[in-house]
Design a protein around this ligand. Sequence first.
Ligand code: GAR
Length: 189
Amino acid sequence: MRIVVLVSGTGSNLQSVIDAVASKQLADVEIAAVGADKHGTYGVERSEAAGIETFVVNFKDYEDRGEWNHALTQKCQSYQPDYVVSSGFMRIVGEEFINAFDGTYINTHPALLPSFPGAHGVRDALAYGVKVTGCTVHIADAGVDTGPILRQESVAVLDEDTEETLHERIKVVERRLLIATLGDLARNK
Ligand code: GAR
């Protein structure tokens, strides 16, 4: 199963996928490429260190979102992936991308969707005062963090939690769910 992984930041979840592929835990998964929406992400650096092909479709280089979305779609398609995985990719993709990867665009989110979608899922859950939050791996559709849920798991919120401590605990679970989901998809291919 060939995947393209999209990142915008540190790519710690991506690193766990890289490790799972290397250790043969995900023996049937090949990371064809890792792409980012801006230069200088640690996620791309990690991938280069692992010898994985990388690309940047820099949002700021395009006149409008549609042109950027078109370039991203074409670049991802050039790798002929079975799935595209958003692993901390913080840009909303447009209809052209969603249509090109209909049902094969996977997203992870640090909250129990449909609660707390968007860029600040952990912060918003803390601010609301929920006692339980979690993470979700789902097939992404044209909405913001919407689409059929594949796996989901809860994480307790502690009284002393900050956004950082809670996000770190969520990510530990998120990595496990992402790897399990990719394993499922590879087996069912
Ligand atoms: C992850 O928790 C991911 O779910 C979240 O960004 C983090 C990326 O961490 N994505 C979203 O919030 C998307 N709405 P990482 O770069 O260390 O893997």
